[in-house]
Design a protein around this ligand. Structure first.
Ligand code: SAM
Ligand code: SF4
Length: 440
């Protein structure tokens, strides 16, 4: 069990929000910590009403920086998030002034925390979500320097799919795709600022349908093709996709577009057709498996990732077993799995036959054990092979650097000034969560 410590500043409303943040993170396996010392994640839920509010937060962040460094020395990680009105008011400035921060959320964007945590652990880097009006946000010039070598680029927002467990269609509104010209301009600015890898983001990124100036509608595959023409851009990724929107041209792009990395995050949630129907996912397990088959035919080495929910209302032992069977069949490289938790206002929250906490825990444990075995097997299979790594940051030891393989393995190597370079390495061993390598 991971531990969460939320420090609340200010009014009752903030205290209420802090409780919601804890609720939101519980399905990710976070229980309450006594203090920052024993926490895997610390959230400062800030309030702007008092004088010098920001200074107080910065001073607290100074203390957390020392603690985070001490923990890093012991090989332990700690995520630091700043939420609330100070985060909203300070925005990117705060990330620059206090690099200890991993995540920043405004008061209207708490609901994105689980997704942001997932994003960071998938792709590294930092995440900022403050609720600015869409136009203002998209018009803001990206600060590539602050984003490092791998940058996120939002191309699509919102969702019209209304899965019965999910709040996104209510909180983020209808699907909206940015025009391709705006995305390409932003990508060029990022690359000019030193970015080598772009991760295209959207709640349903593969449902992207951007309307170009000539009135033509672009698919995600076409957008990736255009982005691949940017010379110094080496790698393109995209997340999160929906199985129903995995079109033939996107599958073909995994065969034809060299810059599109061989990694696909395609959430299935469950392997049971009855549960998939109750979730309103609008596809069956066999549709998902067929899509996976097509993707693998196009790109045989593709690494697969997914999200799972266990303990959805009405999930029987047989339904859960169907999820386990699907996992055994597909073999995933890395995944995210959650216990179902009620989101007020969503249909599933009012459904009969809610599953007990005890059963949810048992199922989550069994599923995660299987998924971890698959992750380890995937990483073990890399040992002895040679792969290109984009080095992004210094590692813990002296002369050590960390980067990502095309398949998103975190890879360590020793060398001189490797950051920003894409170099072939030979994988020599696996540690708990990463691979050890030597430069070729
Ligand atoms: N649009 C993506 C899709 O359809 O796959 C998912 C976006 S959602 C914000 C990220 C993940 O959170 C979901 O894939 C799901 O596994 C999980 N999730 C969403 N609502 C949940 C709930 N009520 N309880 C547990 N997990 C939930
Ligand atoms: Fe939309 Fe994904 Fe939420 Fe379903 S889970 S409603 S597809 S954001």
């Amino acid at each position: 069990m991971k531990k969460l410590f939320v420090k609340t500043y200010g009014c009752q409303m903030n205290a209420y929000d802090s409780a919601r943040i804890a609720d939101l993170l519980a399905p990710l396996g976070y229980g309450a910590a006594v203090g920052p010392e024993d926490a895997d994640m610390v959230v400062l839920n800030t309030c702007h009403i008092r004088e010098k509010a920001a200074e107080k937060v910065y001073s607290e962040l100074g203390t957390l920086r020392v603690l985070k460094e001490e923990k890093a020395g012991r090989g332990e990680a700690m995520l630091v998030a700043v939420a609330g009105c100070v985060a909203q008011a300070e925005g990117e400035l705060m990330l620059r002034r206090a690099p200890v921060i991993d995540l920043l959320v405004g008061p209207q964007t708490y609901h994105r925390l689980p997704e942001m945590i997932a994003r960071i652990s998938r792709a590294g880097g930092k995440a900022l979500e403050a609720d600015f009006p869409a136009l203002e946000k998209f018009d803001a010039l990206p600060d590539a320097g602050a984003r490092g070598l791998s940058a996120f680029l939002t191309v699509q927002e919102g969702c019209d799919k209304f899965c019965s467990f999910c709040v996104v269609p209510y909180t983020r509104g209808a699907e909206y795709s940015r025009p391709p010209e705006a995305v390409i301009a932003e990508a060029k600015a990022l690359v000019a600022g030193g970015v080598r890898e772009i991760v295209l983001l959207g709640q349903n990124v593969n449902a992207y349908r951007g309307e170009a100036g000539d009135g033509k509608s672009w698919s995600l595959a076409r957008l990736c093709e255009a982005l691949a023409q940017i010379d110094d851009l080496a790698r393109i990724r995209y997340t999160t996709s929906h199985p129903r929107d995995m079109d033939d041209d996107l599958i073909a792009a995994h065969r034809d577009n060299d810059k599109l990395m061989p990694f696909l995050h395609l959430p299935v949630q469950s392997g049971s057709d009855a549960i998939l129907a109750a979730m309103n996912r609008q596809h069956r397990a066999e549709d998902y498996l067929r899509t996976i088959g097509q993707v693998r035919a196009a790109r045989p080495d593709i690494a697969l990732s997914s999200d799972f929910i266990v303990g959805f209302p009405g999930e029987s032992d047989a339904d859960f077993e169907a999820t386990m069977a699907l996992v055994r069949q597909v073999k995933f490289a890395q995944t995210f799995s959650f216990k179902y938790s009620k989101r007020p206002g969503t249909p599933a929250a009012a459904a009969p036959k809610q599953i007990s906490e005890g059963v949810k825990n048992e199922r989550l444990q069994a599923l995660q054990k299987l998924l971890l075995e698959q992750q380890d097997a995937f990483n073990d299979a890399a040992i002895g092979s040679t792969m290109d790594v984009l080095f992004e940051k210094p590692g813990r030891g002296r002369g050590q650097f960390v980067g990502r393989s095309p398949w998103l393995h975190p890879v360590h190597a020793e060398g001189k000034e490797l950051i920003g370079k894409i170099l072939p390495v030979k994988i020599i061993a696996r540690t708990a969560n990463s691979l050890k390598s030597v430069l070729e």
